[in-house]
Design a protein around this ligand. Structure first.
Ligand SMILES: NC(=O)c1ccc[n+]([C@@H]2O[C@H](COP(=O)([O-])OP(=O)(O)OC[C@H]3O[C@@H](n4cnc5c(N)ncnc54)[C@H](O)[C@@H]3O)[C@@H](O)[C@H]2O)c1
Length: 432
C-alpha cells in the first residue's frame, strides 16, 4: 500500500518505519526541515532502541522516504496517517490547531480519493471535524478514521511490532478492510483488532491513559500514607499486585508521572467532561495528587536540612520522564531542578541520554556530567529521579567517598532501605 505519515515524531516515525518494514511504501512528512534532512541520511533524531537500524534498512530498500512537502506526501499515497502533536492548551483542552490546519491542507492537495487516519490523541468528535474540513476543501471522496496509538516511548518499536491491541474507529467497510490489511502482519500472536465507531475509539485512548494515571496517583497516595503510618509500600504493593484483578504493572510509587501523554490527556479528559456538564472528580484528584507528588523529594530534602538549603549541592540522577527515552516533556525532574535553583541549591545532573534537552532549558544554571559519579563530587545529597538501569547497582563505596554527606533521596525506590543503611547511607525512599 502507498502510505503517508504526517508528523514524523515518536509516533509517526516509529509507525512509518514499521509499515515500511512490512512491505508498504511510506512517505514520512514533517514541517521540521532539519529533522527531514537528518532522516534522509538515516539519522534518527530521537532515542528509541532499534529504530535507527529499521529506518536505515527501509531507506535502503526504497520503501521509506522523507519529505517536507505535504502535497508530495498526499498525492503519492492512498492512506494518510496523522501523527501530529495535540499539546495541552492553556485551558487544559487538547490543542487541535496542527491537526485541523493539516486537514485543510490535505483537502487542498488531494488528487484522488483518500483514507485519512488520525493516530494523534484527539477528543471525541475530532474525526468528524477533520472529515468536514477535508470535504469542504476537496472535490475527491475521502473517509476519515480514528486509530489511536498506544505505544510507549522507550519500547515504541516493540509495542508497534507486537501491539496489545489495535483500535480502529470507522464504520466504512473499505477503510476497515484497508486498516486490517495494514495491521494484520503485527497481530500474528492473536491480539485483537477492535473495530468500533469513531467516537468510542477516540474515547478509548483517553480512557486508557486516564486509568494508567489513576493507578500511579493511587499508589503514590498510598505510598505517602505508608510512610506516615510505618508501613512499607513495596511490601503492600506486592501484597495487592498478586491479585490478578489489580495486577503487577504500573503500580510503582515515585515522583509523579510525566511525559508527553499522561499529563495532557488527563487534563483534556477533565476538560471534555466539563464541556459536557460532567465533573470527572476522580481525574481531578489524580491530577492534583500528581502535581503534589513531584514535590515529594523536595519536601524530604527540606525537612532533612531543616529548610536551610541555600548554598547546598544536590546531585540528580535521571532527567528523562522515564528510562529508555530522551523525552523530558513534563518530566518531574524539571520541577525538581527549578525548585532547587529557586532555593539557592547548586544542581549537578547526570542522565545517560536526556542531558542535551535539559541543558537547552536550564543552560549554565545546572552543571551536567557525563558520569554519574562526577556529579556526586562534594554533593550534600543525591536525588534519584529516573530509574535508568545503570543506577541500580552502582559502586556504593565510591559514591560514599565522593559525596560530602552520604544522603540519598530515592524517588523510584530502586535501592533496598535496609541495605543502604548497612552501607552507611542515610536513605529516604518513597513510602517506606
Ligand atoms: N509519544 C508517545 O508516547 C505517544 C503515544 C501515543 C499517542 N501519542 C499521540 O500521538 C501524537 C503525536 O505525538 P508524538 O509524541 O509523536 O509527537 P512529536 O512531537 O514527537 O511529533 C510530532 C511531529 O509533528 C511535526 N509537525 C508539527 N506540525 C506539523 C505540520 N503542520 N505538518 C507536519 N508536521 C508537523 C513536528 O515537527 C513533530 O516532528 C500526539 O497526539 C500524542 O498525544 C503519543
Amino acid at each position: 500500500m502507498k502510505l503517508a505519515v504526517i508528523g514524523t515524531g515518536y509516533v509517526g516515525l516509529v509507525q512509518g518505519a514499521c509499515f515500511a518494514d512490512t512491505g508498504n511504501h511510506v512517505i514520512c512528512m514533517d514541517i521540521d526541515r532539519e529533522k527531514i534532512r537528518a532522516l534522509k541520511k538515516g539519522t534518527v533524531p530521537i532515542y528509541e532502541p532499534g529504530l535507527e537500524e529499521m529506518v536505515k534498512r527501509n531507506i535502503q530498500e526504497k520503501r521509506l522516504e522523507f519529505t517536507d512537502s505535504l502535497k508530495n506526501a498526499v498525492q503519492n499515497s492512498d492512506v494518510i496517517f496523522l501523527c501530529l502533536p495535540t499539546p495541552q492548551s492553556e485551558d487544559g483542552s487538547a490543542d487541535l490547531s496542527h491537526v485541523l490546519k493539516v486537514a485543510q491542507q490535505i483537502g487542498r492537495s488531494m488528487n484522488d480519493s483518500k483514507i485519512i487516519v488520525s493516530k494523534s490523541t484527539v477528543p471525541v468528535g475530532t474525526v468528524e471535524k477533520i472529515r468536514h474540513i477535508v470535504r469542504k476543501h476537496s472535490r475527491y471522496p475521502v473517509d476519515v478514521a480514528s486509530n489511536p496509538e498506544f505505544l510507549k516511548e522507550g519500547t515504541a518499536l516493540q509495542d508497534s511490532l507486537k501491539p496489545d491491541r489495535v483500535v480502529i474507529g470507522s464504520r466504512n467497510k473499505k477503510t476497515i478492510a484497508a486498516m486490517k490489511e495494514l495491521y494484520e502482519p503485527f497481530m500474528r500472536t492473536g491480539n485483537p483488532i477492535l473495530v468500533m465507531d469513531e467516537r468510542s475509539a477516540e474515547m478509548t485512548k483517553y480512557a486508557a491513559n486516564a486509568f494508567l494515571a489513576t493507578k500511579i496517583s493511587f499508589v503514590n497516595e498510598l505510598a505517602n500514607l505508608c510512610g506516615q503510618v510505618g508501613a512499607d509500600i513495596d511490601l503492600v504493593r506486592r501484597g495487592i499486585a498478586a491479585d490478578p484483578r489489580i495486577g503487577k504493572l504500573f503500580l510503582f510509587p515515585g515522583v509523579g508521572y510525566g511525559g508527553s501523554c499522561l499529563p495532557k490527556d488527563v487534563k483534556a479528559l477533565i476538560k471534555t467532561s466539563a464541556e459536557n456538564h460532567h465533573e470527572f472528580r476522580i481525574l481531578r484528584a489524580v491530577d492534583e495528587v500528581n502535581e503534589e507528588q513531584k514535590k515529594i523529594l523536595l519536601k524530604k530534602l527540606a525537612a532533612r536540612f531543616k529548610h536551610r538549603l541555600k548554598g547546598r549541592t544536590v546531585a540528580i540522577w535521571g532527567l528523562s520522564f522515564k528510562p529508555q527515552t530522551d523525552d523530558i516533556r513534563e518530566a518531574p525532574s524539571l520541577v525538581i531542578i527549578q525548585s532547587l535553583l529557586d532555593s539557592g541549591v547548586r544542581v549537578k545532573a547526570h542522565d545517560p541520554i536526556a542531558m542535551p534537552a535539559v541543558k537547552a532549558r536550564f543552560g549554565r544554571r545546572v552543571a551536567f556530567y557525563q558520569s554519574g559519579y562526577d556529579a556526586l563530587k562534594r554533593a550534600d545529597a543525591l536525588m534519584v529521579v529516573t530509574e535508568w538501569n545503570e543506577f541500580r547497582r552502582p559502586e556504593f563505596g565510591r559514591m560514599k567517598r565522593l559525596m560530602k554527606h552520604p544522603i540519598i533521596f530515592d524517588g523510584r525506590n530502586i535501592y533496598d532501605a535496609k541495605e543502604m543503611k548497612e552501607r552507611g547511607f542515610e536513605y529516604y525512599g518513597v513510602g517506606r
